[in-house]
Design a protein around this ligand. Structure first.
Ligand code: CTP
Ligand code: CA
Length: 222
């Protein structure tokens, strides 16, 4: 429970958080998606709200509960997510945790694509989705603090540093999501905070603890 005397350093600040996967339709019954439970993004939205921020959580399809004290906007595709994030501007803080599908099907079928036995599937034509973090990181109405994630399976720090520069972020929260780590879908996370000032290694923490530490770190930036 929130105590009356708990510090609310983000009171009066507006935050946008993306979370979960996006679903990119192939036809009315099929889609392309990344693996994402939404646990880390939802926990960050809740943690920012507990520090007093007015939080809009833009979430792709997830099965977990909405965090308390947050306005939740549900979306399906990356295009829908970008539209919802842009509509939520202006904001002081934006944290992009969603596992956005990098590609969508160029023309999704209006009707279910039928299997033709023995013929094999028709190839899917894919096109690149908009990069939501990069768009907001370079936006005329850019939030004061822009935070991205980098889920990597190799070269974690160098990939995160490249994303920091390319996307116009202040911090990249980098993690190793190789299957052996068990992070995907689990309740724990081990992250590094990559910024222009260097790399900070955080210990193995619950996703809730990562969220609280990140929210506190964000509050220090004001
Ligand atoms: N991101 C985004 N929109 C996209 C793709 C990624 O907002 N279309 C955000 C993610 O939410 C995350 C960060 O960008 O905060 C990094 O995502 P990631 O998938 O690691 O980066 P990519 O640039 O897509 O590179 P790659 O998948 O090749 O590693
Ligand atoms: Ca990607």
């Amino acid at each position: 429970a929130l105590l009356d005397n708990s510090p609310r350093p983000l009171a009066g600040r507006r935050a946008i958080v993306t979370s979960g996967p996006t679903h990119e339709p192939i036809d009315p019954v099929r889609y392309i998606a990344n693996r994402s439970s939404g646990k880390q993004g939802h926990a960050i939205a809740g943690a920012l709200a507990r520090l007093g921020a007015e939080v809009t959580l833009v979430s792709g399809p997830v099965t977990i509960a909405d965090p308390a004290g947050v306005t939740v906007i549900r979306v399906e595709s990356a295009a829908n997510m970008l539209e919802a994030v842009t509509a939520a501007l202006p904001a002081d803080i934006a944290v992009f945790v969603a596992a956005v599908a990098d590609w969508r099907v160029a023309t999704s079928a209006a009707n279910k694509i039928k299997k033709k036995e023995g013929e094999g599937p028709a190839p899917l034509q894919l096109m690149e989705n908009p990069d939501i973090l990069k768009t907001i990181g370079h936006h005329a109405d850019r939030p004061h603090l822009v935070v991205g994630f980098a889920a990597e399976t190799a070269d974690v720090v160098s990939n995160a540093q490249a994303k920091l520069a390319r996307k116009g972020a202040d911090f990249i929260v980098a993690n190793d999501v190789s299957p052996a780590t068990g992070i995907m879908g689990g309740d724990r996370n081990r992250v590094r905070i990559v910024s222009k000032d260097g790399v900070e290694d955080w210990p193995d923490l619950s996703k809730g603890e990562v969220a609280d530490r990140l929210a506190a770190r964000i509050a220090e930036a004001f």
